[in-house]
Design a protein around this ligand. Structure first.
Ligand SMILES: C[S@@+](CC[C@H](N)C(=O)[O-])C[C@H]1O[C@@H](n2cnc3c(N)ncnc32)[C@H](O)[C@@H]1O
Length: 232
């Protein structure tokens, strides 16, 4: 599992170039993946949403655009420079009064039990130092019986596509990333964590072990990314 201090320092180093790197390295697909996540959240009609590992806030802002105006959206991350980027973006977008950002660790959420209706986490679960503990924390803060967890994360693609994909992760992505961010090690780490990450079925099993029910995951873009949904 990743070392949280190293993860925090790495995101702090790349915070200012994070959005640009995302767009270029995913060929713009990251926006479409987040839109799929937001559409699923919208169907669950939450009143309070926690966007954990919010980073520069793209999911939180996409939720604010898609959900009715009175819905409260809280973006949380343990990396302060990423949250600073989110705050800059918030001002640029005209304020978004229903979106707030606060510091917090996914392994010990600074929130009361049963205090939110939906938890979203996009490309953040892979970075948690203890995935089981992070999932149990998300379960703890969700309200029963309607609380829902939505996880967007890299996954293991269709078998025929794996050689091309792993070739891209190993040889192309680090070079592109170094050119875009000036920090090669950050994206070496990305390739390694994606390669080591559990398959869709394995991850669904971890959700059940953390106390979630009605777990389901769908593959997006040949399965390189999966959208998982689970109920409390
Ligand atoms: C790849 S970024 C994803 C950001 C955003 N969700 C997105 O879709 O662009 C991963 C984020 O997870 C955050 N993170 C990693 N471990 C964390 C933890 N234990 N608690 C809170 N945030 C964490 C990092 O600081 C980083 O901002």
């Amino acid at each position: 599992m990743p070392d949280p201090v190293a993860v925090n320092q790495m995101f702090a180093r790349i915070a200012r170039r994070y959005d640009r790197a995302n767009r270029l390295l995913s060929g713009g697909a990251d926006r479409w993946w987040r839109r799929r996540l937001v559409a699923a959240v919208r169907r669950s009609r939450p009143q309070i949403v926690l966007d954990l590992a919010t980073g520069s806030g793209d999911v939180a802002f996409a939720l604010a655009r898609a959900l009715p105006a009175g819905i409260e959206i809280m973006g949380m991350d343990f990396c302060l420079p990423m949250l600073a980027e989110a705050e800059v973006k918030k001002v640029r977008l005209g304020g978004c009064p229903n979106v707030s950002f606060r510091a917090g660790d996914g392994l010990a959420l600074p929130l009361a039990d049963a205090s939110v209706d939906a938890v979203t986490i996009a490309f953040g679960l892979r970075n948690m130092a203890d995935r089981g503990r992070a999932l149990r924390e998300m379960r703890r803060v969700l309200r029963a019986p309607h609380g829902r967890l939505f996880v967007l994360e890299f996954s293991q693609p269709a078998p025929w596509f794996r050689p091309f994909y792993y070739g891209y992760l190993r040889h192309v992505l680090p070079r592109l990333a170094r050119w875009i961010t000036g920090d090669r090690t950050a994206y070496d780490y990305l390739g390694a964590t994606i390669g080591d990450f559990p398959s869709r079925d394995q991850l669904d099993g971890e959700f059940r072990a953390a106390g979630f029910s009605a777990v389901r995951g769908i593959g997006l873009t040949l399965g390189i990314v999966a959208l998982h949904e689970a109920a409390v």
